[in-house]
Design a protein around this ligand. Structure first.
Ligand SMILES: [Zn+2]
Length: 284
């Protein structure tokens, strides 16, 4: 249809997977951040700024996640950027594991604002469907001649996701009571959607320190902890140490879809593997 397809740039792989689910092969979906990067502390390169300017559309979660992009996007016209966190219909879970053990009490106004919304919204299938619907509207406004294709793609994606959600619900049913600790506070949407028993968080994505008191609190959980989850983007040493000391399992949880190849089905592949990691470590 075009000599070359319009380019939609996305900030991170999970956003790209959702855009690809709707856009299919009609748009050229690219990812800005490398797979190895954590969006919480990424440093933009000059080539990234050029990519932002040249993109026909840039899709990101929002300043709560990719804070580094907020300033760079000020120079990009509003119709060429779309923030998923701005979608009105999304469900925001109560912030989980926001345990008050001293480190937040001194400056509540700052931290409450920062912690009230868990920006890792792609970990809830309910929200991912809403993102798909919002992307259909966004992409159809920009490329009206492709609306039929986008609509068909979203229908296929939604069907697949509803089936997968149901399957995961059953898969996790028998491990709902099993306690676990995650490496950073990124799992609220998943934990809330499937009613899982997250006991604590090792690091905060804001980078705010958690002191020795927090470590002893985690140690005190003892054999309530069935698994400690590590992540490919973050140094997992402390988490593995903690698991060894507690005598619990540990396993890697990849919320960024690091090894997933971008395709129409990549979100479903990613989410299947993500749920499997939970189920396996919690049932061992
Ligand atoms: Zn995160």
């Amino acid at each position: 249809m075009w000599a070359s397809s319009p380019v939609v740039y996305t900030s991170i792989k999970p956003v790209a997977m959702l855009v690809k689910a709707v856009a299919g092969d009609d748009l050229d979906v690219k990812v800005l951040l490398p797979d190895s990067a954590s969006p919480h502390d990424y440093a933009l390169k000059f080539s990234d700024l050029r990519a932002l300017r040249e993109a026909n559309l840039f899709v990101w979660v929002g300043p709560e996640l990719e804070s580094i992009l907020a300033k760079a996007l000020r120079g990009i016209p509003g119709e060429n950027q779309f923030s998923l966190a701005g979608i009105k219909t999304l469900h925001w879970p109560e912030h989980l594991s926001h345990d008050h053990h001293g480190e937040h009490t001194s400056d509540h106004s700052l931290h409450d604002n920062e912690l009230s919304k868990d920006p890792h919204l792609w970990l809830s299938p309910e929200n991912s469907l809403k993102v798909g619907e919002a992307l259909l509207e966004q992409l159809s406004n920009k490329y009206p001649q492709l609306k039929g294709n986008f609509t068909e793609n979203l229908r296929t994606f939604s069907k697949g996701l509803v089936v997968l959600d149901d399957k995961i619900e059953k898969q996790l049913e028998h491990v709902k009571q099993q306690g676990f600790i995650v490496l950073h506070d990124g799992y609220g949407h998943f934990v809330d959607h499937y009613g899982l028993n997250q006991l604590s968080v090792i690091k905060l994505s804001s980078g705010a320190g958690r002191g020795a008191r927090h470590y002893s609190d985690m140690m005190a959980l003892g054999d309530q902890v069935a698994c400690v989850f590590t992540e490919p983007q973050l140094n997992s040493k402390s988490a593995i140490q903690l698991a060894n000391t507690l005598g619990s399992n540990h396993a890697e949880l990849d919320l960024m879809g690091t090894n997933v190849m971008l395709s129409d089905d990549s979100y479903l592949e990613f989410f299947t593997a993500f749920a499997d990691s939970f189920a396996t470590c919690l049932s061992d």
